[in-house]
Design a protein around this ligand. Structure first.
Ligand code: ADP
Ligand code: ASP
Ligand code: MG
Length: 401
């Protein structure tokens, strides 16, 4: 029998009525003759509430204990959804991530899936049971609980679909699909019927949290048929796929990422090997660096600025401070009041002037650009975070009006 994986996000299971809404949709798919594996996230704001509870007790808890705590949210929703499906008279079983066979590395808080042993899931499907799996969680080689990073239930769902050979993976959420930008910031945003894996991967990595970026990577690698759609209506969603019939769209979407901090290393000696020394040390300590800007040398000195996530800021500053004797810089500066606005689309490959159009929209709105970075299918700029919404709106208008 064909298998469908359906993932429901936190807002889709936030209360009793919503849990029953999901239960009915799942049962409908089951009664249409499919084997159904459902992945759910924690209800509503549960994960945020757990983070707050932890902060009241210890502002700097170990990552292991944090994952122990955060994984509980999903366990609540799987059991409640299974109970709702029981009332509808359909055989069902809920499984934690580890019962479903998820094994991950030990990188608590952003663990990567290493394998999924699907034996148990296959046994339950053979008994014609609907399976409800807790998203976002697994076990490492020490049998410690790990989580996959915020939004990681999407990745759990796509990984199951890839591993078990599901016919498709449906991601149900609180919007009708993937839009040209976050419809909560720009109400005129347009829903996309289709988007390529590469475009979706860029958008997700650049802050469009409608899909977890790892989920898109896995879907691309294993060519999983992926659709993003609403839990609350039955309209067609957005298909994420390898290639799509090119519409006349220069760009596919605008994304915003608030989780950015900028570090400037000022007054470095203008010598070969300096950039290597700065970034190799950061890389060794597991710090991901994003946009990099190096000034041209003057008076035998240069500056290097770059961005990291806010969570890595303190560690990065401490590492650089610790290397001050080797790097011989004059000053270390940082800013957190910034955000990154990006445009993404394969249409920009053969169309010069796309970046200029974005810069003009920002200029017309009086928004200053601190840093720029480009790749084949994206342009990102760093701006003051107070202008984030405005920037998304004006850039979106420039391309989609
Ligand atoms: P879930 O709880 O279902 O996983 P998320 O909050 O993680 O839902 O993701 C859905 C949200 O993503 C939407 O409510 C929307 O505000 C936001 N979003 C950001 N960018 C986009 C986009 N380009 N298209 C659709 N939604 C987007
Ligand atoms: N509950 C987790 C979170 O809030 C995982 C998810 O929703 O996908 O990030
Ligand atoms: Mg999500």
């Amino acid at each position: 029998m064909a298998i469908i994986v359906q993932k429901f996000g936190g807002s889709s299971v936030a209360d009793k009525d919503k849990v029953f809404n999901v239960a009915n949709r799942v049962v409908e798919t089951y009664k249409n003759g499919y084997d159904v594996i459902v992945v759910v996230s924690a209800q509503g704001d549960t994960t945020d509430d757990l983070l707050e509870k932890a902060a009241e007790i210890n502002p700097n808890p170990s990552k292991r204990e944090m994952d122990m705590l955060l994984a509980t949210g999903e366990q609540i929703s799987i059991s409640l959804l299974a109970m709702a499906i029981e009332t509808l008279g359909v055989p069902v079983i809920s499984l934690t991530g580890w019962q479903a066979g998820f094994r991950t590395d030990s990188n608590c808080g952003s663990a990567r899936i290493e394998k999924i042993d699907t034996t148990r899931m296959k046994e339950e499907l053979a008994r014609r049971k609907v399976i409800i799996v807790a998203g976002f969680q697994g076990l490492d080689k020490y049998d410690d609980i790990t989580t996959l990073g915020r939004g990681g239930s999407d990745t759990s769902a796509v990984a199951i679909a890839a591993q078990i050979g599901a016919e498709k993976c449906e991601i149900y959420t609180d919007v009708d699909g993937v839009y040209t930008t976050d419809p909560r910031i720009v109400p005129e945003a347009k829903k996309l019927d289709e988007i390529t894996f590469d475009e979706m991967l860029e958008l997700a990595s650049l802050g469009a949290n409608v899909l977890h970026n790892r989920s898109v990577e896995i879907a691309k690698k294993y060519n999983v048929k992926l659709e993003v759609k609403s839990s609350f209506n039955k309209v067609d969603g957005t298909l994420v796929k390898e290639a799509i019939a090119m519409e006349k769209m220069l760009i596919r979407g605008v994304a915003r990422d608030n989780d950015v901090a900028r570090i400037s290393v000022v007054g470095l000696p203008d010598q070969p090997g300096i950039a290597y020394k700065v970034f190799s040390k950061l890389a060794q300590e597991g710090i991901n660096v994003d946009i990099i800007l190096q000034s041209i040398g003057r008076n035998d000195e240069k500056d290097i600025s770059f961005t990291v996530t806010k969570g890595h800021l303190e560690k990065a500053l401490a590492i650089l401070e610790g290397e001050k004797d080797v790097l011989r810089f004059k000053e270390l500066l940082h800013r957190e009041d910034i955000c990154k606005i990006s445009i993404v689309g394969s249409g920009m490959v053969n169309n010069p002037g796309v970046a200029a159009k974005m810069f003009q929209a920002l200029y017309d709105a009086g928004i200053n650009i601190h840093m720029i970075s480009t790749s084949e299918i994206k342009v990102s700029v760093l701006i003051n975070k107070d202008y984030a919404d405005k920037a998304v709106q004006v850039v979106h208008r420039a391309f989609f009006d």
